[in-house]
Design a protein around this ligand. Sequence first.
Ligand SMILES: [Zn+2]
Length: 769
Amino acid sequence: MKDIPTLANPTISQSARMRRLGDKVLGPEMGLDNGGAMTHSIRFAQTRPIVFVANQPRWSQRDINSHKRLLVFSMSTLPCGFSADVQEEVILKFTKPMKRVLHRKPFAIAVIVVSSAFSLLAQRPMSPLVAVTSPRHGTWGFDPRGMDPSVKPGDDFFSYANGAWIRKTNIPPDQTSVGPFSDLRRLCAEQVHLLLETTQDNRSDSDEGRVHTLYQAFMDDSSIEQAGAHPLQSDLQLVRKVGNRADVARLMKRHGFEASLFDLEIEKDEKHPDRYAVHLGQGDLGLPNRDLYLDAQFTDKKRLYKAYVAEMLRLAKWPNANKSATAVVAFESLIAQASWRGEDLRDNSKSYHSMSLANLRRMAPMFPWADFMAGDHLSENDFLIVTTDTSVVKLAELYGSTPLSTLKAWEAFRMTDAAAPYLSNDFRQARFAFRGNALNGLEAPPSERWPGAVSLLNALMGSTVGKMYVAAYFPAERKMAVQAIADSVMQALRSDLAQLTWMDPITRAKSLRKLDDIAVQMGYPDHWRSYAGVNLNKQTLYKDVETLRNHNWNYQVSQLKMAWNKNDWRFWPQEPVAYTENGQLIFPAGMLQAPFFTAQADAAVNYGSIGHVIGHELTHPFDDRGDWWTPEDRQRFKERSARLAKQYSAMEPLPGVHIKGELTLIENVADLGGLSLAYKAYRTTLSHDEDAVERDFTRDQEFFLGYAQVCREKERPDSLRNRLASEVHSPAAARLNGVVQNMPEWYKAFNVNPGERMYIVPDERVAIW
Ligand SMILES: [Zn+2]
């Protein structure tokens, strides 16, 4: 009885009460058989919980009777279809608006328990919800049907563990890839969608009410269509009126739809991690990375981009769209040339240059910095950390030599491009045709509007959505179970640090102290943010987005006067990611679901999956970006990691396109260290009896298969090509094979011998943690 698939109403106390009921009656892990056979859910109507059951719920009649507050509707076979062997199930499938379902005769909805009379039918009809379809992963957490036993594990472990899955899985037309991460992203989005659909809070002065309003604004297609390009016009008018360069600089805001040559971030000061500082560096490009402008393999994409720029300028009614587009793309190509490569951006030692505004002015005199800072409400700030110093100088020069008309057209295009998702369909279609189809190979835009709403709410009001999400989907038991895994992985690193042969005593003592300072935040932060004072209107989406962006930026500016806040998460609980910041390892609740963590899975599988994620994050504070090493140890670390970089550089995921070993190095080191630590943690927690139990696979094999399963990923070639150019994580198959081929335990588990394709002689294997 672990996970409770509840839909929370707006207050935590009610969902907490529901959780207590849920603990008793509901089945375990989230997920659903793809057939949609077993689904159930709970939602609240006003203050009363209602449970909907469809087919084979795993509750007994006694369970139901014992909870007089529950209303149970059966859509088919209650009470005879109870089944005890359902391992994973969840949420609810409404394929019709609820009102209609409830009225429909053939379903003959049976009210099993009625506590008090109230009318569900009085509610507004719900829009159709889609089933949450996280696939079930076998009986012990791993799905062996995805394997290809005809491949020898030592020849290609990825194909051995995942080959059948790769063959039979198709990438959905509106996705760039399919696999556990995209499945989990979709699951989390659907969970949030269900919350958004069922939130009834209409108060304008509560954060839940604001979430509700923004959701309604995003979903109100007819108001958005009616408004057409109108919402954009007042911002475009500001660009049209620009008469000099200082005006352009003032427009380049970090918090609006405007584009900026320079990125401004308010983040912790690396050298004084207890406080925030303004970081200034090169800005984003219109295309996802600089290679797309500069590398011959992307010539076609660049040509299509120019057509897209022209199309957007036409929709924005900007004069001479074609000619302006040519100038814009030429300008951006020069920006790309001036910009640092991804490899250099990852090196913290190169990207910390603190200075005053006067010093910045001296360093890069061709840009009106005071006007730029004023646009972002930072006039009073006189301490800056310049990250990409040399590119900042070049970009300032470029700004000084670019015609004003080009700068204005560039602003108009970038503003329209950024605002397009909140404008009428003609803008959205044009954006999809380039960004979705031409750039990433997507065949179709999302068939529904709500995924965009979920992304927007996560980005702009993520804290409140997270609060609602945790109340509905993250029970205390799951938090405790994953915390126990995290504790054992940290213990594994502690023992490791005491024994590592390549580390000298000074670095060793420093690393142990560093480890003592590391804290894990599991599932959700201790405090939630407030959006008090924000006024939203469900008829004005574009304005609402601007209002919230402004609010969030001003909030960040206000933090400059405060101490670093560990509860201010970069990604909120409903997002399936994990990350490390300032000695905090952060695992949002959304990440702690199958296949990364499954309460019913064998421990070996959980350690291979979520254990690896925890180990991966745990190694980041110890990677080569800090200055805590003795020079000799840093050198030894560099030698080892250079050998790993060489191994990855030799991999060729697309014909002729290799992995960038340097770009991906830190993440590859974290993958290898993470899996090694998870393995050590697993072995120390494994009992002798459990180890001896005979199943289809040994416990060690299960561990590596657990990791292989979370690496099951299939990606469109266009998207993969883009990713190889700039993404710091290696593609999934390399994250698997590149790691296990360095681990002696893997050779032993699968009896891998010389002559097999992945075999590396022991001396050449890399071990860091
Ligand atoms: Zn990482």
